[in-house]
Design a protein around this ligand. Structure first.
Ligand code: NAP
Length: 252
């Protein structure tokens, strides 16, 4: 992998770029970094899943970012469509986690309103790590009981989930660096409330056309455009790995 910005460097170690000392936790919530892959025309899926947008480099960055996280926030629709399992950390990244004082695995935190999740899936039955489920307090009582059998349920806000308060709860539980893996609906919920500090975006050298699903924030409008600061650009085999800082980072 090579770096194209801020200076051109051949054969860099991506870990050095992503382990940014500016990644400082805000006072009342975890540091939130979003990771998404898109085609050149902005598609986030091919035939409903991300697989065809990926590359070896993208998978490397995906696992590198996971290794930097204490928690992984993900929308319920992504859990359902991408068949999320328990988090895995590549062997090569384990010493780094230990050196940073992080537990061996990040914890998954699923955001849902409906609680329509497969509670028997390995994600909830693995036994090594208990996922969080973030849900409005007004959710269906029977499904809340089911969820509490296999997950740590954070039920906050009525009728809608109070996302800032839910993130504060994760922070109190030791989640200081929170990686959000999408999808677009969850990204929009977070970005619209100023709860994202960093955007890691892989641009896959692919055109997908109209069937490529939502853009990275779906069709949501922002009250006003958010200006981003480009932190770095890496490249491998035609894929671009962009890292942007949001204004929250500059004032934190
Ligand atoms: N290109 C990429 O990098 C990338 C990354 C991730 C996902 N994807 C793709 O994106 C698609 C899924 O994205 P999506 O936008 O449809 O769904 P999503 O963001 O993954 O999940 C949406 C669901 O999450 C829950 N949710 C989101 N915000 C919420 C809030 N503020 N309060 C309560 N619940 C909330 C709701 O769950 P309930 O429905 O359970 O109520 C909602 O229906 C999939 O096809 C996936 O493959 C692509």
């Amino acid at each position: 992998m090579r770096q194209l910005y801020p200076v051109v460097l051949d054969d860099i170690d991506p870990a050095k770029c992503y382990e940014d000392p500016r990644r400082r936790q805000p006072r009342d919530r975890p540091y939130v970094f979003v990771n998404m892959v898109v085609s050149v025309d902005g598609a986030t899926v091919v035939e409903g899943v991300t697989e065809q947008l990926g590359s070896a480099g993208d998978r490397y960055i995906f696992f590198l970012l996971r290794s930097l996280a204490d928690g992984i926030l993900v929308g319920a629709e992504t859990v359902r469509s991408e068949r999320y399992g328990p988090p895995k950390i590549r062997e090569a990244f384990r010493p780094g986690r230990a050196a940073r004082g992080q537990p061996p695995m990040p914890r998954i935190a699923v955001v849902t309103r409906s609680l329509r999740l497969d509670w028997d899936a390995p994600l909830f039955r693995d036994g090594r790590s208990t996922p969080f489920v973030l849900v409005p307090a007004s959710a269906n009582a029977e499904r809340l009981d089911q969820a509490r059998q296999v997950a740590e349920v954070v039920a906050i806000g009525e009728p809608e989930l109070d996302l800032p308060e839910a993130l504060r709860t994760l922070s109190a539980a030791g989640i200081h660096a929170l990686l959000c893996e999408g999808g677009p609906t969850l990204n929009a919920s977070l970005l619209g409330r100023g709860l994202v500090d960093e955007l890691c975006l892989t641009v896959s050298p692919t055109l997908v056309g109209g069937g490529g699903g939502a853009r990275i924030m779906g069709s949501s409008f922002l009250p006003e455009p958010i200006g981003l600061e480009l932190a770095h650009v890496l490249e491998e085999a035609g894929s671009l790995f962009l890292r942007y800082l949001l204004p929250t980072t500059r004032t934190a």
